[in-house]
Design a protein around this ligand. Structure first.
Ligand code: UDX
Length: 429
């Protein structure tokens, strides 16, 4: 098929590349010349394991074409995917201005039957608005349908998650559109969920909100375990053995970040409010998540007695491992709170340093964790990078001024750390 993607971020670029690799001809439309020029040279605006090689391979094969121009792309496309950002407004509501902007331009360039699929996570009812905008913008002969095909990819495993999804959700408003989308996915084996627009939109929010709920539940159990002397990791592993619960997403720590969970939980609370439903469960999920970051700061303040003038080393800045994404990363709140208390911060992250330098000021960015640890009074693990797990903790401990370690992602063994001489504090342990 001929496909067009609007947007080349973590969702658009990954999905476009996968469909190109499956043999489709895929146009990717951006709106920043420099980024498009870089993409044409195979230089990506994001880090995602394995993506750069796949992009370069498909550019060379002529299946992946980056452009600023709607003209060569939209006419004749079987499916046009809207995969632009929908960042939260201060109110928590999703900002849909870019979605509507590109919908209008798509409408103006439509010719031939086309399915417009909104990949971005959008509030329930947005697909209907997109349809209206395209209807008003299009030349009267162009035929189209809209479809909601939410994505469930995780950063750091986006390629695998796209090729091996647990299900493909297709919210379509006509049999014709449904068939086109089913055909497009024919070489991806996964259960199909065929439904309407609103249900597909709700599935996405419900999925992310439930995963966030599992994480906040784990963090609440961790807090209670610390007070009662239980080991939260063993508690959560044990309940996870129950097939009805499942072991995934029960890891307590500094809490969830990223561009999805915080945004989608806020958006669902805000959507519920607009229908006069107070989604207090999700409000509490949000509160517990904020508390998880604050608890790391509280533990640091207690350990150091007074952080004023003390040197604190931070292992990891990205919101999770295997990504360079800093959006809503717990490290940002933790660092800012400790800076406010007068601490001096040193930090290192394998991938997100460039992004972090634009977001966090007046801290020392180091080139590895050993440089972070040198002379530090306290170390805090904020991201669960594998390379931290294999660190030489003896060397680290000997280079610190005082061997204090707060393991915000429970990546180290408390017994081992204590044996080496650390005062070790985990989350829920
Ligand atoms: C999430 C959803 O998993 C994905 O299906 C959706 O499409 C987009 O949002 P993502 O945000 O990329 O994916 O990463 P994810 O692996 O879900 O982690 C989100 C956050 O939760 C990270 O900050 C991570 O550190 C945290 N997390 C995850 C926990 O704190 N505990 C866990 O057990 C799992």
């Amino acid at each position: 098929m001929k496909l067009t993607f609007l947007g080349h971020g973590y969702v658009g670029l990954v999905t476009a590349t996968i469909f190109a690799d499956l043999g489709n001809t895929v146009y990717v439309i951006g709106h920043t010349k420099e980024k498009i020029d870089n993409l044409k040279k195979g230089i990506l605006p994001i880090y995602e394991p394995g993506l750069q090689e796949l992009v370069q391979k498909n550019i060379k094969a002529g299946r992946l074409i980056f452009t600023l121009d709607y003209k060569p792309a939209i006419p004749g496309s079987d499916v046009v995917f809207i995969a632009v950002g929908t960042p939260p407004k201060p109110s928590g509501e999703a900002n849909l201005s870019t979605v509507f902007e590109v919908a209008k331009k798509i409408g103006e360039n439509l010719s031939g039957y086309t399915v417009i699929s909104v990949k971005s996570t959008v509030p329930i009812g947005t697909n209907r608005k997109v349809k209206e905008i395209i209807n008003n913008a299009k030349a009267n002969k162009a035929e189209f349908d809209v479809a909601s095909i939410p994505e469930f990819l995780r950063e750091g495993s986006a390629l695998q998650d796209t090729l091996n999804p647990d299900r493909i959700v297709i919210g379509a408003e006509s049999e014709k559109a449904r068939q086109v989308i089913i055909d497009l996915h024919k070489s991806i084996t996964a259960p199909l969920v065929l439904t309407n627009l609103e249900t597909a939109e709700m599935i996405k929010y419900a999925s992310n909100s439930f995963l966030a709920t599992k994480i906040s539940f784990s963090n609440a159990i961790a807090k209670l375990s610390e007070i009662t002397g239980a080991d939260a990791i063993q508690v959560l592993d044990a309940i996870g053995l129950d097939k009805r619960i499942g072991k995934e997403f029960l890891q307590p720590g500094a809490g969830y970040g990223g561009s999805c969970f915080p945004k989608d939980v806020k958006a669902l609370i805000s959507i519920a409010k607009s229908y006069n439903y107070k989604f207090s469960l999700l409000e509490e999920v949000e509160n517990i998540n904020k508390q998880a970051r604050q608890d790391i700061v509280k533990k640091a303040t207690k350990l150091l007695d007074n952080p004023e003038g003390k040197i604190i080393g931070i292992f990891g800045l990205a919101f999770k491992s295997n990504t360079d994404d800093m959006r809503e990363a717990p490290s940002i709140d933790i660092i800012n709170a400790l800076k406010e208390k007068g601490a001096k911060i040193k930090a290192y992250d394998p991938q997100s340093m460039n992004n972090a330098k634009g977001l966090i000021k007046d801290i020392e960015f180091c080139k590895n964790i050993y440089e972070v640890a040198k002379g530090a009074d306290l170390l805090i693990v904020a991201t669960d990078w594998n390379e931290f797990k294999e660190a030489d903790l003896v060397k680290i401990k000997n280079s610190m001024r005082t061997p204090l370690l707060i393991d915000g992602r429970n990546i180290y063994s408390p017994e081992k750390a204590k044996e080496i001489g650390f005062t070790y504090i985990g989350v829920g342990r």
